[in-house]
Design a binder for this molecule. Structure first.
Ligand code: NAD
Length: 266
């Protein structure tokens, strides 16, 4: 198994490819695991960080890659998203891929009764976790070259099935998945592929704020066909594949990286 994974790693070469990663908060972020993998495959990366507070941890994580471009961006502000691409266009002219790993819900709207979700909390979760994919892809589109490009976003099984505690984030993931499909259709004629990875539970900063996260993790471990939880590298490998020409025929898809949990009924 280890040997096979290694063989795949050398067969995907992203030398000469450039992309932007939204959503690194620290070294446990899924976006960081993906970034490490992309960099190992030879890609050049630019990173955004949400706010000043996150600059230092993002700088620390990304320093392993030399001094990549770091740009502050609150993705709920379209002008900030545009400014990211304006800066990247100055330095690079074109990009080949974008990674969207952004999600947030107010703590009060995670856990408790779903019907009690506060209207503003609904807006916040949907705006940050779903809406942001639209400007992140739409404003990237002019930077993709003639050969097109690839976008990956991150979703979770709670878009389809109810995970107590995940509440409004399940609604946001359902919206995100629908947007992903609509964007795949909109940009398909320019060979810009848009896909999602539906990852099993992974311990990250965002996951820590989900009540019931431990129960979710245990259920996946005990009931998935593979009988274990997934790890960050498995998501990163799938992202590498989707962002490479190896996945040239795949768009509008949700690839589960969940040890098979999604197929199990009982
Ligand atoms: P994380 O906390 O490391 O990443 C979440 C990121 O969202 C952070 O970098 C944060 O800065 C960013 N973000 C939040 N609001 C933002 C805003 N307004 N503007 C810009 N960035 C903003 O956690 P993670 O688990 O790596 O999450 C990455 C993605 O993976 C999310 O979409 C999450 O829902 C998804 N996901 C996570 C799991 C899991 O179990 N951890 C499973 C499936 C899917």
């Amino acid at each position: 198994m280890k040997g096979k994974a290694k063989l795949m790693a050398v067969s995907i070469d992203l030398t000469g490819k450039r992309g932007v990663v939204f959503g690194v908060a620290n070294q446990r972020s899924i976006a960081w695991a993906i970034s490490e993998r992309l960099a190992e495959a030879g890609a050049e990366l630019a990173f955004t960080y949400q706010n000043e507070r996150l600059r230092q941890p993002v700088e620390k994580a990304t320093s392993a890659l030399g001094s990549p471009m770091l740009i502050q961006c609150d993705a709920t502000d379209d002008d900030q998203v545009q400014a990211v691409y304006d800066q990247i266009k100055n330095d690079w002219d074109e990009i080949d891929f974008v990674v969207h790993c952004i999600a947030y819900a107010e703590r009060d709207d995670l856990g408790g009764d779903f019907s009690a979700t506060n209207r503003q909390g609904f807006r916040t979760a949907l705006e940050v976790s779903a809406y942001t994919l639209m400007p992140v892809v739409g404003r990237a589109a002019p930077l993709f070259g003639e050969s097109g490009g690839s976008v990956v976003t991150l979703t979770f099984d709670a878009s389809q099935r109810v995970y107590p505690g995940y509440n409004i984030m399940g609604t946001a993931k359902a919206a995100l998945e629908n947007e992903m499909r609509q964007l795949a259709v909109e940009f398909g004629d320019r060979n810009i592929r848009v896909n999602a990875i539906s990852a099993g539970p992974l311990p990250t900063l965002a996951a820590r704020s989900i009540p019931g996260f431990r129960d979710m993790t245990r259920a996946h471990r005990e009931r998935s066909p593979l009988g274990r939880n997934i790890n960050h590298s498995e998501v990163a490998n799938t992202a590498l594949f989707l962002l490479s020409d190896m996945a040239s025929g795949i768009t509008g898809a949700i690839i589960p990286v969940d040890a098979g949990y999604g197929i199990v009924a009982l």
